[in-house]
Design a protein around this ligand. Structure first.
Ligand SMILES: Nc1nc2c(c(=O)[nH]1)N=C([C@H](O)[C@@H](O)CO)CN2
Length: 117
């Protein structure tokens, strides 16, 4: 299956389980692979027949702006469900990284796959 990609998308949000994390915004970095047959869009050179990565990136920014989850797991799960619903995405793989959360690690985070390819 073809995939539409978003890589290295940075967002700022309230995220973390510790008290000191509840009053600051921290950066999360997302990589997203979304199943999509790109042939109809390519055949007609038509944005309306594919997953619009600009619109999806904007929606992710809005979601992050309004979110205040503790766990990266919760952020990833809720965001994946929202994107699949709003953009009719049959399958996605989302890698969500929280840079600098653990000393001596470049990033920590989760990778989830949801739906059927
Ligand atoms: N599996 C997880 N472990 C941890 C999380 C998390 O979201 N998922 N979060 C924290 C803290 O918020 C941490 O990021 C602060 O540095 C600890 N472990």
């Amino acid at each position: 299956m073809d995939r539409v990609l978003i890589e290295g998308l940075s967002v700022e949000t309230v995220i973390g389980v510790y008290d000191w994390e509840r009053s600051i915004r921290q950066r999360l970095v997302l990589d997203l692979e979304m199943a999509s047959d790109i042939r109809p869009a390519a055949a007609g050179d038509d944005l309306d027949k594919t997953l619009n990565y600009a619109a999806i990136s904007e929606r992710i920014g809005e979601f992050a702006e309004a979110s205040d989850f503790g766990l990266v797991e919760t952020f990833a799960e809720r965001l994946a469900a929202l994107l699949r619903e709003e953009f009719a995405i049959p399958w996605l793989r989302m890698t969500l990284r929280k840079p600098g959360a653990v000393a001596n690690a470049t990033a920590v985070g989760v990778c989830i796959e949801r739906g059927q390819r």
